[in-house]
Design a protein. Structure first.
Length: 197
């Protein structure tokens, strides 16, 4: 049996072009499954029904491979599962047909890319955990505001006392304007306390 799958990313889009292409490729209209996949929902109920329906010897035709999988690793797992089940996958735009040898080579390349993607994600997660442990935060960044060089603060305050604007002092010292406003307020507060003691 030949089945088709169409998916659009938002309710604003139409799957008509995909459905026409699937029907032109020989998929009966009654055998086309269609989902609207949004960024907020990962549910694809029609795709799940399709995967339950297919059996060995069947073919799933899609307009483009990215309609089937959310990522390279997800697509690779799907292709492997369908291959084990004896189901052929055809992509009209990408030219993939898992029933021929050249497409099998593409499938193996996807598997390699998928494995690399998993390894890279794993490495980034480990690096994030290491940074979090090092700095004692979930984000991996030190707690609080970054330390500012005391000499630069004094230089900025001197510039402002000479009549320079905060913007000029900020540019010359490399300290953010918001930081200078805070430090200037603190400096004035300390000066006031010294004068009134």
């Amino acid at each position: 049996m030949i089945y088709g799958y169409a998916r659009v990313s938002t309710t604003d889009q139409s799957a008509d072009m995909q459905i026409r292409s699937l029907m032109d490729a020989g998929v009966p209209e009654t055998c086309i499954y269609q989902d609207v996949f949004t960024g907020t929902s990962k549910d694809r109920p029609e795709f799940s029904k399709l995967l339950e329906q297919v059996q060995g010897g069947d073919t799933i035709i899609c307009w483009k491979l990215d309609r089937l999988g959310r990522s390279v690793s997800h697509l690779s797992i799907l292709l492997e599962d369908m291959d084990k089940k004896g189901v052929t996958i055809r992509s009209l735009v990408d030219g993939l047909d898992t029933s021929n040898k050249s497409s099998k080579m593409l499938y193996h390349m996807l598997s390699i890319v998928s494995e690399m993607e998993r390894d890279n994600i794993h490495a980034r997660v480990l690096e994030g955990i290491s940074n979090a442990q090092k700095f004692g935060t979930k984000s991996g960044k030190p707690i609080g505001r970054p330390k500012v060089d005391r000499m630069k603060i004094e230089q900025a305050i001197d510039l402002m006392q000479q009549g320079k604007s905060i913007r000029v002092a900020s540019r010359r010292t490399g300290i953010g304007e918001a930081t200078l406003y805070r430090r200037l307020a603190k400096f004035k507060e300390n000066q006031f306390k010294k004068e009134n003691v």
